[in-house]
Design a protein around this ligand. Sequence first.
Ligand code: MBD
Ligand code: FE
Length: 306
Amino acid sequence: MAELNQAQLLELVNTKQIAAGNPRARALTQRIVTDLFKTIDEMDVTPDEFWKAMDWLSRLGQSGQVGLITAGLGFDRLIDIRMDEADQKAGRAAGTPRAIEGPLFVAGAPTTQWETRVDEGEPKGEIFVMEGQVLDTDGQPVANAMMDVWHANEVGGYSHFFPGMKPYELRRRIETDAQGHYRFRSFLPPGYGIPPNSPTSELFEALGRHGKRPAHIHFLVVAPGLRTLTTQINIPGDTYIDDDFAFATRDGLIVELEKNVAPTGYESLGITAPFTRSRFNFVMQKALNEDETSPAARMARVTAQA
Ligand code: MBD
Ligand code: FE
């Protein structure tokens, strides 16, 4: 084989072809490889640095933490910002702001109508009820909307990812009633921190960054004819509220907490003493097509297409 300089090698890598392949995959791969060749040359990446990075990527994949890295390097929020910009241009920026799904959603949580206890058994932390309606952007209640709710436990762990938790612990689905109402009882979760001694923490330590998220609760709301809403609410007062490692907190999603709410009317949630409440309506846009109503979370969407 002929001797090659860097430019000749790059040209070969980017143009080799025996079949049409996937043009989009070809274009993206060419661009990324070109940018990386350039990075390696301009930053004078040593062989050991390169192979160390590849070892890290292999271990990252094995650890299942790719989604922590995409969030922590801003890609999840970038994708949201780009969708917001597209909405703005199309004159359809309305309703509850979207916020990143994150890597910790699990489909198939137990479903109940109108109200549920997201927590189980012994009360942990401050008793918290969140309630309101799902509405469309005309202010009409959305009956039979399906709302997935998920949040961390008292030490910041999510079930299915954090050892020792039960399946679907702190994960529930609520179907709204005829007036679009939902309500649930849980406790105010603490923030989240990336797992120590993991590929993710290795990178964050090398970057001199923390891996903390402020206290939050995730939602995925689906209803016929409406655009699937993926969002989170933030609990006010958290140290990291303006310093989220995933860049996901937004104005309009920091809820107000009402303390010492009288328990009358909340007996069905097992509440007999004053508690903390937040009222919040989820406002959904009209869908422009079927795809926008998809009930599938982000990974399920793409793996179904494969
Ligand atoms: C989380 O709990 C989370 O919501 C995100 C986006 C990333 C890591 C952990
Ligand atoms: Fe989270």
